[in-house]
Design a protein around this ligand. Structure first.
Ligand code: CP
Length: 361
């Protein structure tokens, strides 16, 4: 059965179709008001959220459905040690579709393997956040009128920023995209994304530590927060937290039709004064998030058939290697098979299928 765990679970054509449906919902919301009557969405949020959880809930309510769930792990039986697999089986008895956020990478994947209803990854640690990516794509499509032939700058935390990783992977499948990676050395994009996505897809890219110098060539600027919660060493966070601040002054050199996106929440990386600039799209982006999630819920419910997600294990390495990423779901979930795949781009290197961390055989 179809779930959305990684943006690659949907083809470009399917993403374009979701964007088209979301566009139609924006224009004709009344057409969709009863589409999910008697359907229930379960929002299982083991990590804080404002936009993702509430936009999912608003999306289901606007489709005529209803919502159950929890917004922190401490109010669920996870606090008593219940596994993700058991949680997914239990929720399948109560709801028709799950949206799950979890601090451990790969948790929604484990849920999808055990649920008999579709599972949507609403963010797993520093790994993936595919519905933010769909939101970002809809925002770019609506604000720029196209998803091809764009120069897109990513600025801030490119190391832990799951929204950045997912959006680069999505943009790699469109044509004429150039990306500019703007980050301090300590927060640069992981090398596997550069190898497996950017280089493999022949994407044009450049690297800079200077936001002002990069700004004039950009059609889209994707700002991100330096995420305190992802740092092991608080001193490193303190040193890096003010690396980039977008101001009215800096924007004087930018294109007049630049689109400024930010997945939010913002801390101080965009001055509040920039909010009044018509190029600031980030609060409109929040609204697009609800519409694309409406389109996604409709699509996954249409395809739901009661069977859990199953991976093809014929090309996987099963229980030979152990994942060393302490943020991987394999560190806590009981009796979970260790599964690795060998990547094409890195000969001999294996990657955990839950969190994509590297290991040698
Ligand atoms: N953009 C985003 O994921 O926001 P929340 O953490 O508030 O859901």
């Amino acid at each position: 059965m179809r779930s959305l765990i990684d943006i690659h679970d949907f083809s470009v054509e399917e993403i374009d179709s979701l964007i088209a449906v979301a566009g139609d919902i924006i224009k004709n919301p009344e057409k969709y008001a009863d589409k999910c009557k008697r359907k229930k969405l379960a929002t299982l949020f083991f990590e804080p959220s404002t936009r993702t959880r509430l936009s999912f809930e608003a999306a289901m309510l606007e489709l005529g459905g209803s919502v159950i769930g929890f917004s922190e792990a401490s109010s669920s039986s996870a606090a008593k040690g219940e596994s993700i697999a058991d949680t997914a089986k239990v929720i399948s008895a109560y709801a028709d579709i799950i949206a799950m956020r979890h601090p451990l990478e790969g948790a929604p994947y484990v849920a999808a393997r055990n649920a008999s209803i579709p599972v949507i990854n609403a963010g797993d640690g520093g790994h993936n956040h595919p519905t933010q990516t769909l939101t970002d794509l809809l925002t770019i499509a609506q604000e720029k009128g196209r998803l091809n032939s764009l120069t897109v700058g990513f600025c801030g935390d490119l190391k832990y920023g799951r929204t950045v990783h997912s959006l680069i992977a999505a943009l790699a499948r469109y044509t004429g995209i150039k990306i500019v990676l703007i980050a301090p050395e300590e927060l640069k994009l992981p090398s596997y994304i550069k190898k497996d996505i950017i280089k493999k897809n022949g994407m044009e890219y450049s690297i800079s530590e200077d936001l002002e110098a990069a700004l004039p060539e950009l059609d889209v600027l994707y700002m991100t927060r330096i995420q305190r919660e992802r740092f092991d060493d608080p001193e490193v966070y303190e040193r890096l937290k003010d690396s980039y601040v977008l101001t009215e002054e800096k924007l004087k050199e930018a294109k007049s039709d630049l689109a400024i996106l930010h997945p939010l929440p913002r801390v101080n990386e965009i001055s509040v004064k920039v909010d009044n600039d018509p190029r600031a799209c980030y609060f409109r982006q929040v609204a697009y998030g609800k519409y694309i999630r409406m389109a996604l819920i409709l699509r996954l419910l249409e395809e739901a058939d009661g069977t859990p997600l199953r991976e093809d294990r014929s090309s996987l390495i099963v229980n030979e290697i152990k994942c060393k990423n302490r943020r991987c779901i394999t560190t806590t979930e009981q009796e979970l098979d260790q599964l690795f795949r060998v990547t094409d781009a890195e000969k001999g290197v294996c990657r955990c299928i839950y969190c994509e961390s590297k290991a040698n055989r």
